[in-house]
Write a protein that binds this ligand. Structure first.
Ligand SMILES: [Zn+2]
Length: 184
């Protein structure tokens, strides 16, 4: 009995997480990687979900985001990335130290829940943010691997910034990089 109880609760957690990912408009391949559910089950879940949803939930197709340059394309996105990365780190969705084995260590139901929690708090803080849930998943994975992106400190004030692993320039935060206001 115990074994089937465990299996039942594990399955329930997977389904709950898949629903949360669907709500955040995650792609099927992302949901599959994080929950282990088959594409067929995810499709069925989506169909039953949209009949009950109070808003239109689009399904995105094609590749998930995979370009780290996205996070540095403007000062605004850089700043938002730093806030999001802070929350991912705070909630434990990103390990304190990057690990080479992130591909197998990161996508799991437990980490997926932490990731959703961090993203939901982030969207409450910055409802107008352009960083999607898929980009958040990509950011968490890249930070966990530490191959392309790392969490670091601003060279002037020490506040958290997301840097490329081998930055070309000394990294400064949004505040320190902006020119000072004109003096009266
Ligand atoms: Zn700074």
């Amino acid at each position: 009995m115990r074994i089937s109880d465990d299996r039942y609760s594990r399955e329930r957690l997977c389904l709950q997480l898949a629903l949360r990912f669907l709500e955040h408009e995650a792609r099927t391949q992302t949901i599959r990687a994080w929950t282990g559910l088959s594409d067929d089950r995810i499709r069925k879940l989506y169909r039953s979900y949209i009949t009950r949803a109070r808003r239109y939930v689009p399904r995105h197709r094609g590749k998930s985001p995979h370009q780290v340059a996205y996070f540095t394309r403007s000062l605004r996105v850089q700043q938002e990335t730093a806030w999001l990365a802070s929350l991912l780190s705070l909630f434990g969705a990103v390990p304190a130290q990057p690990t080479a084995d992130a591909a197998s260590a990161l996508p799991s139901v437990a980490r997926g829940e932490l990731l959703c929690h961090a993203f939901e708090v982030y969207r409450e803080m910055i409802p107008s943010s352009q960083i999607s849930f898929e980009h958040t998943v990509f950011l968490a994975t890249a930070l966990s691997r530490g191959e392309q992106l790392r969490l670091g400190g601003c060279s002037e004030c020490g506040s958290l910034v997301v840097t490329e692993r081998f930055p070309i320039r000394v990294k400064r935060c949004h505040q320190c990089a902006s020119p000072p206001p004109p003096r009266c």
